[in-house]
Design a protein around this ligand. Sequence first.
Ligand SMILES: [Zn+2]
Length: 156
Amino acid sequence: MAKNGKLSDADLTPIFNGAGPRVQLSNSAAAAWNSLALHKDTVMRVKGKVSAYRTFESQQHFWNLYQAGKGNLAARPGTSNHGLGNAADVPPETEASIKRFGNKCNWDKIEAPGERWHFNYVGGFKRPNPGADPGNPVLRHGSGGFGQDHFVTKDS
Ligand SMILES: [Zn+2]
């Protein structure tokens, strides 16, 4: 099991984030996110550069702010789902996309009820990662399903 906030490059995959900074999630969370990003009716973005995977040091920073009464609710360092690459903080248009379509790709809101921008990857997404570029999705054996189905046709 990878350590919270100390994931290796092999545990992480870049996600589509529009014109925003390059951010990463756990491999299967990223596959699910990038599949959602391929769908024409979704807008998949995160709020900033620490809004997806968050290192232990970054968690410590937010914890310190929270403890000092200067920041949002923060998880104790080493316990955040951001540290496992399985959570994302998103702008309102992505919040709407996840509420509408997240169940197709195993994204949902399961914690932090006071933070409407915080969503979780709930596990179990099995399809290949189409990559972080929706203009050039990478399709492999097993690709298809929500988001990817515009690009995949079945052999008859
Ligand atoms: Zn969050």
